[in-house]
Design a protein around this ligand. Sequence first.
Ligand SMILES: [Zn+2]
Length: 299
Amino acid sequence: METVRGNIDIEGIKAVYIHEHLKIDLSAQKKDEDARFDQSELVISEMKELVSKGIDTIVEVTNMGMGRDIEAIRYICNESGINVVVSTGFYKEPFLPTYVYSMKEEDISKILVKEIVKGIDNTNIKAGMIGEVGTGKGQMSEIEMKIMKSCALAHVETGIPIYTHTTLGTLALEQLKLLKNTGVNLQKVVIGHMDLNPSIEYLSKVADTGCFLGFDTIGKIKYQPDEYRIKAIIQLIKRGHLNQIVLSQDLTRKSHLKANGGIGYSYLVDTFIPQMLKAGISQTQIDCMLKNNPKRLFI
Ligand SMILES: [Zn+2]
């Protein structure tokens, strides 16, 4: 698997956070300075801590239009020792660069394929994930549909996985339908932020398609209590979907970092894993979600 520090042996991976940001800037659209997440030195110290706690790999899903900064990611990797898989793609409205509105799907796809095959910006760092590509609330807009199809075309050409963004866990089935109709192998798709959808029945329906489900906002208890996340994981395991669950925290703001009073990247290891164990989820099952499932996604 291609990471910022070069190719790493998938078999040797210890544990993966499947959806994170190390540097991201959505401050202009959100009109909120906190969303200019650019404190690399603080991130480096948290990454060092994470590595010491057994998490050795992160999938960074910041893409074009979200303030992706490949040099900053390279710096964080080199200083902290974490492996990072980087992404290509476009996010959702209103975070899309203006040039995509007039482009054809095939041409947008070419931009993504270039970043997968040759490298991002002027580096030889190749994208290993297409994401996070998503939809807003209510319905998929025309441009979001076009971007999603472009991502599907790039996946069909390169085989690398797709990571979607859903707004509060909605429109997952619509995303899957569009991807499937464009020829995507749904076993190479992670539907993001599914832990924000309050219906376990809905999660089951999504899982029945064979895709992965991102329980990737762990610790964001303002949106969803972690007790629900654990209950939903237990239910999905009971229904035979253990092999489709992947975990992460999706930190995106300065205020999420420990030094600024936030939960920090180690919350999942320090707090959520003990809670899962207490609720009866076994260490083997946790290893499956943090290690085996991400590996399968990238093989
Ligand atoms: Zn995200």
